[in-house]
Design a protein around this ligand. Structure first.
Ligand SMILES: Nc1ncnc2c1ncn2[C@@H]1O[C@H](COP(=O)(O)OP(=O)(O)OP(=O)(O)O)[C@@H](O)[C@H]1O
Ligand SMILES: [Mg+2]
Length: 487
């Protein structure tokens, strides 16, 4: 099992910000469009307020003097039908404008999101190409794939949707609260009180749920690994009639995975249900308190309508804030999981590394262990240039290890003796040139899902057709290839 890796808060921030380079402009314009749309959203209830209070009712209009002059309020007041048409047109115009800005917001955020996602994926993929062989041996492929797909997706969701939603909600709360406070202090205070209650309850939940998400994520990794190993080893499975066993093994993991998500689902349901209850309570309190104020004459009917509609408009985003906070725990876990890959050190040649040379290969008192498991102990031999050299030994005696060391797939520790070619220690050679000079036929055959030709030339794409054919004939596969319909 891979060690549990955790990023510090600062490392998480830097992970989030690193990939925003080149696309933050899209997010900023998207958010600006969003703010304008929210602002326009606050206008409609005000139009209704004026309609109810000053056109249908007899209150002085809640409009500055210049706006009243501009509208020709006196004449308008004398012709209520025309005034109503005008307010209807205003509501429509605001709705259209709001739609336009919402559209702009969506487009910009979508572009930003894709840009962000692409940067993370590219960087991860590039990084993984350069991670040492030992790292790949230690980490199951299915788990790595899961970290690169679902976990990246959780981070994308966090940065591109949840974070923007938090900014948007905070702006909305400030905007609506400011207007409400200028309208009616007591009622606004009641409305404001609900916000921390909802937020704090989300926070409590956030602490509770974090571990369960991690367990669910790990179970998903185990499931993917299981499926991937089964598919890779399909020949073994069929040859030894292990289908039943494989099915059971997968079934067990699958059941565990489902059980975890059901548990998580139950918790989430409680959260959502209590959230709905709180929201209803909030609307109810405002309606009752507002009605009392209206009866007492401290609140006009129009003001009351504004309060109810602002309050309803806030209820959903404030509740969503709770969800975002709950989901943030998931993002933290995913950041740890992706960070685990990103922090792994890439294979890098020392600055003074020299290109590989040819000559005698000398293993001099080589001692090597895989994480405490001794494999080679004080092995010495010399392979003269041009000589053919064979090594025989029992299974697991370390033959492949010798070649892996020669190829620097594993590096010999400083106190583990030395391997040299032409008198130069291979630890001082560039890995790239060394590996180009060491031909390695792997024990486990593997073909890329490409043409036979591309597989033969995998290590030398620039090889000519003749060279490729020659290689095929040496490996005695040319006849078989010729029987394929497309060669
Ligand atoms: N990446 C690894 N991590 C830990 N132990 C390993 C690793 N690779 C090999 N070993 C262990 O090191 C020992 C030597 O393995 P190696 O593959 O070199 O043997 P071999 O002589 O090539 O065997 P075979 O004849 O089966 O090919 C074995 O006990 C093996 O289990
Ligand atoms: Mg071997």
């Amino acid at each position: 099992m891979e060690p549990v890796f955790k990023l510090s808060g600062r490392e998480k921030t830097s992970l989030v910000l690193r990939y925003l380079r080149g696309c933050w402009g899209l997010f900023v314009t998207g958010l600006l469009c969003n703010c304008v749309a929210s602002l326009l959203g606050a206008v409609t209830p005000q139009i209704i307020r004026i309609t109810v209070d000053s056109i249908l009712g007899s209150e002085p209009p809640a409009l500055p003097a210049f706006a009243q002059r501009l509208l020709g309020w006196e004449a308008l007041k004398a012709d209520p039908m025309r005034a109503l048409m005008l307010t209807a047109a205003a509501v429509l115009a605001v709705a259209v404008l709001r739609g336009l800005f919402s559209y702009g917001q969506r487009i910009q955020l979508t572009k930003g999101t894709q840009h962000y996602l692409k940067s993370i994926r590219d960087d991860l993929y590039r990084h993984i190409q350069y991670l040492p062989f030992a790292w790949h041996k230690q980490n199951p492929t299915g788990d790595i794939i899961q970290r690169c797909t679902s976990d990246v997706d959780v981070i994308r969701n966090f940065v591109c949707m949840q974070l923007t939603e938090v900014i948007r909600t905070v702006f909305l709360i400030i905007l609506y609260m400011t207007i409400m406070f200028t309208m009616h202090l007591r009622l606004a205070t009641i409305a404001l009180l609900f916000i921390p209650i909802v937020t704090v309850s989300s926070f409590a939940f956030y602490g509770m749920i974090s571990k369960r998400f991690q367990a669910a994520d790990e179970a998903e990794g185990a499931l993917t690994t299981c499926a991937q190993e089964n598919l890779t080893g399909v020949r073994v499975v069929r040859a030894f009639g292990r289908e039943r066993h494989e099915e059971e093994k997968f079934g067990e993991k699958n059941e565990y995975f489902s059980a975890l998500w059901i548990k998580l689902g139950k918790l989430l349901s409680v959260y959502w249900a209590s959230g709905t209850l709180l929201t209803c309570l909030q609307v109810m309190v405002i309606v009752v308190a507002g009605a009392v104020e209206a009866v007492n004459g401290t609140l006009t009917l129009g003001d009351f309508l504004v309060f109810v509609s602002y309050n309803s408009a806030l209820a959903w985003p404030v509740r969503a804030l709770g969800r975002v906070l709950a989901d943030m725990s998931k993002a933290g876990v995913s950041m740890d999981r992706v960070g685990y890959i990103l922090q792994a050190e890439e294979e890098r040649d020392d600055a003074e590394a020299v290109p590989a040379v040819t000559g005698d290969i000398v293993f001099d008192h080589v001692t090597f262990a895989y994480e405490g498991l001794d494999v080679l102990k004080d092995v010495s031999f010399t392979v003269r240039e041009g000589e053919t050299f064979a090594i025989l030994g029992g299974t697991g005696s370390g033959k492949s290890t010798l070649v892996h060391l020669l190829d620097r797939l594993y590096d010999l520790p400083q106190d583990g003796g030395s391997i040299s070619i032409g008198g130069v220690d291979i630890r001082g050679m560039q890995r790239g040139t060394l590996r180009r000079n060491v031909g390695l036929v792997l024990q486990e055959p593997f073909l890329f899902s490409r043409t036979v030709g591309e597989n033969i030339c995998a290590t030398r794409p620039e090889a000519t057709k003749t060279e490729m054919r020659r290689a095929a004939s040496i490996a005695c596969v040319d006849e078989a290839i010729n029987t394929f319909s497309d060669g």
